[in-house]
Design a binder for this molecule. Structure first.
Ligand code: XBP
Ligand code: MG
Length: 253
């Protein structure tokens, strides 16, 4: 069994439940400021999430609205820049919260010397502020954001760069993700992967993950094991047994 050297966390939907009332709200406020009349409602936004990266998501949407590529090429980045500024305001207002159980898991992993990192498609201009605001005392040894890699998730680039910066082998690390694209990215990077789905990704095909949970497990939020591909499987309800106790054996592939 390989010792668990590091855990690499995704951000949106994993560390924080940021999409429905965070990014989506910021995108809509930016559309409003630009007088565009578009509104991304909660349900259709779930589909738009399959396009990773805010600029790409806006461009994909505007293309679907029939906007010529030449117009989109300058509008999408301008909208995204404003959206990111709005999101940062939401972060500093404390509107983007950690998912239940994340703080407890991070403290327990740190407590046993497991190194921590982040690999996200999100943009550094808000990711850094979010981590500082939500987890001010946590030392993430590597924070890889979408703007630092050639290809966004589901490509493995972000996780590969995080492993490189940690100087650890994929066999001694575990990725924690929430979505189809994120699990595809982490598994393509050769990582044992835990999917902790949320209300946007509960229907995603995350079958490539080694373990699928519906939460992180916390007093009052027991996590349910939705799928377990590991040899030493565990089934049923985790009575808020911390994911740490699951992660430690998970590193053994
Ligand atoms: C999720 C994403 C990001 C966010 C929006 O990232 O795809 O694009 O939805 O952030 P992850 P930006 O799950 O990998 O954390 O607008 O900065 O892209
Ligand atoms: Mg995510």
């Amino acid at each position: 069994m390989n010792p668990l050297a590091a855990v690499i966390f995704d951000v949106d939907g994993t560390l924080v439940d940021s999409e429905r009332h965070g990014h989506r709200v910021a995108f809509n406020l930016a559309f409003e400021e630009f007088g565009l009349g578009y509104v991304w409602d909660e349900v259709p936004y779930g589909e738009l999430l399959h396009t990773t990266g805010g600029v790409r998501r806006i461009d994909h949407f505007l293309a679907g609205e029939g906007m010529p590529e030449q117009e989109r090429a300058c509008l999408a980045p301008a909208l995204h820049q404003r959206k990111t500024a709005i999101l940062n305001d939401l972060v500093t207002q404390g509107r983007i919260e950690l998912r239940p159980g994340v703080r407890r898991l991070i403290d327990e992993l740190s407590g046993v010397g497991v190194r921590l990192a982040v690999a996200t498609t999100g943009s550094r201009s808000w990711v850094a502020g979010l981590l500082t605001h939500a987890l001010p005392d946590v030392a993430f040894e590597a924070v890889v954001t979408g703007d630092e890699v050639e290809r966004r998730k589901p490509e493995p680039d972000a996780f590969l760069l995080a492993l490189q910066r940690l100087t650890v082998d994929a066999s001694t690390a575990v990725a924690v993700e929430d979505s189809l694209e994120g699990v595809a990215s982490a598994t393509a990077a050769g990582l044992t992967t835990v999917a902790v789905v949320n209300d946007y990704t509960a229907g995603h095909d995350v079958g490539a993950a080694d373990l699928v949970l519906d939460g992180f497990g916390d007093p009052g939020h027991p996590a349910r094991v939705l799928a377990d591909r590991r040899a030493t499987g565990c089934a049923g309800i985790l009575d808020f047994t911390t994911l740490r106790r699951l992660l430690l054996p998970v590193a053994a592939r």
